[in-house]
Design a protein around this ligand. Structure first.
Ligand code: DAH
Length: 477
């Protein structure tokens, strides 16, 4: 199963390439209920606070409702259990944990402070929920890096929170998920002789050693692809990277060690796996706010899985946060992804279930394997439509705007909520004479909690069809 929870903000083309190549036009057709309807609301209420709307606003009610759930703070929820397990590897007083930062942030916090270029696809309204043109629902916990550095409340920190992205519908994508950010800084002004590298190596000496099998093809840096920043010496970058890597390897030992015990206890692990040491590997990566940058992958039940992104924090970011005397590392990890592996949870929608059959299975601080309560039958339905001609040129290329796949996802989520299991575009073609473009999507409806009746499914699907017409002016086929 592919669980790409970090995909959008890395750039080199590995995982989710549609996010990596900037699209020809990022201007989606504007859903009518946000822009042209006369009854358009002038404010949107989030966590009890109201914000002015404008023509950027695209936060639908079903997303606004998720802000109050705070799954990462419910003690017997797998997301919270995973969070505290990782957090325990970053103890106070060196690391301070921030777990209640609000999800409404400025475009400056979410993108500018981190050096995202103005044309980065992550900024588009097709990928991000805008409260209004200056304000978004954070798309990652990195949005809080600069402010937390500026506070200087501790040498290191973790930030766990809900994050929001317009995205596909399938078993590993949900428009709200959770991340943990971590960082560790050292000030040149407070280490002996200003020698940061020596001070860091001394600390590394005192860190617990582990018996992981580590493959490292990234090394500390690569002069061309993954350079040391001009503000840092090679020795500094190397020391920071070594501390970062050892810290995160220790997380894997703890977290996946426990998960393996749970799998063995449940009789799921093969004898050979039980005997072998855990395996991880480091690979080069790119993020706008770190250099050098890395990704950590773990070998889990026969596959290499991307676990997290990290690197040496860009000095520009620190300078802007009044921390130019400091140097350090940061990482970001998707909690759903880890949690799905640890607890053997097959569908990301389960995390949002309020069904006691799900929630009563878990105990704080303990990894147990999820016991499926039942598998209810799926029911798929197709919808095919012509895009309005203003969205395609006579030659068939996009000119004025694009109906983005994520717009389809949003309509389905709006109507069917968690009863939509996955949505795929199964056909796309351009009429040779008219130049009009036709799309066909397959929507798979399945509840995790009960059997949907035929009538119900038909009604939901009809609503999806009508919503496409009303909001996007498509012509059903
Ligand atoms: N914010 C990144 C994402 O959501 C993850 C990340 C990568 C965070 C590297 C970091 C980092 O702090 O150093 O994809």
């Amino acid at each position: 199963m592919r669980i790409p929870l970090l995909s959008i903000y890395r750039c080199v083309g590995t995982l989710n390439s549609r996010h990596i190549v900037p699209r020809v036009s990022q201007i989606a057709l504007v859903p009518r209920h946000y822009s042209t309807s006369p009854s358009k609301p002038s404010t949107v209420t989030l966590n009890g606070k109201s914000y002015p709307c404008d023509d950027h606003t695209n936060v639908p009610p079903h997303i606004a409702q998720c802000l109050s759930r705070k799954l990462h703070l419910i003690p017997n929820h797998p997301i919270s259990i995973t969070r505290s397990l990782i957090e325990s590897q970053f103890p106070s007083p060196v690391y301070k944990s921030y777990n209640t930062l609000l999800p409404v942030v400025t475009v400056g916090q979410n993108f500018d402070s981190l050096g995202f270029p103005l044309d980065h696809p992550g900024r588009s309204r097709t990928d991000t929920y805008y409260v209004n043109k200056d304000t978004v629902l954070r798309t990652h916990t990195s949005a809080h890096q600069a402010d937390t550095f500026r506070l200087r409340e501790s040498d290191g920190f973790t930030i766990s929170a809900d994050v929001y992205r317009r995205d596909a519908i399938d078993r590993s994508h949900y428009p709200v998920f959770h991340q943990m950010e971590g960082a560790r800084m050292w000030s040149r002004d407070s280490v002996p002789n200003g020698d940061i590298a020596a001070a860091i190596w001394k600390e590394i000496e005192q860190m617990p050693r582990h018996d992981l099998k580590v493959e490292d093809t990234a090394g500390a840096w690569d002069a061309e692809r993954n350079p040391v920043q001009s503000e840092h010496t090679d020795a500094e970058a190397e020391a920071v990277a070594a501390h970062l890597k050892r810290s995160l390897e220790n997380v894997v030992v703890e977290v996946f060690g426990q998960a393996r015990k749970a799998a063995i206890a449940a009789g799921e692990a093969k004898e050979s796996e039980v005997e072998e040491p855990l395996k991880v590997r480091w690979i080069e990566a790119y993020f706008p706010f770190t250099s050098p940058s890395y990704e950590l992958e773990v070998f889990w039940q026969g596959d290499w899985l991307e676990l997290l992104g990290c690197g040496v924090v860009k000095q520009e970011l620190l300078k802007n946060a009044d921390c130019n005397d400091q140097i350090g590392w940061a990482f970001g990890v998707g909690l759903e992804r880890v949690s799905m592996l640890l607890f053997n949870i097959p569908d990301i929608r389960l995390f949002w279930s309020q069904d006691a059959r799900f929630l009563s299975q878990f105990t704080p601080s303990t990894i147990t394997r999820f016991q499926p309560f039942s598998k209810f039958p799926p029911c798929h339905k197709d919808v095919a439509f012509w895009l309005p001609s203003s969205t395609t040129s006579a030659a068939g290329g996009n000119t004025m705007g694009v109906f983005h796949e994520n717009d389809m996802m949003e309509v389905v989520r709006d109507v069917a909520g968690d009863d939509a299991e996955d949505v795929r575009c199964i056909d796309e073609f351009v009429h040779p004479k008219t130049g009009k473009k036709s799309l066909c999507f397959r929507v798979n409806y399945r509840s995790l909690e009960r059997t949907l009746t035929n009538d119900e499914t038909n009604q939901m699907h009809e609503k999806v069809r009508q919503a496409l017409v009303e909001r996007y002016g498509v012509e059903l086929r």
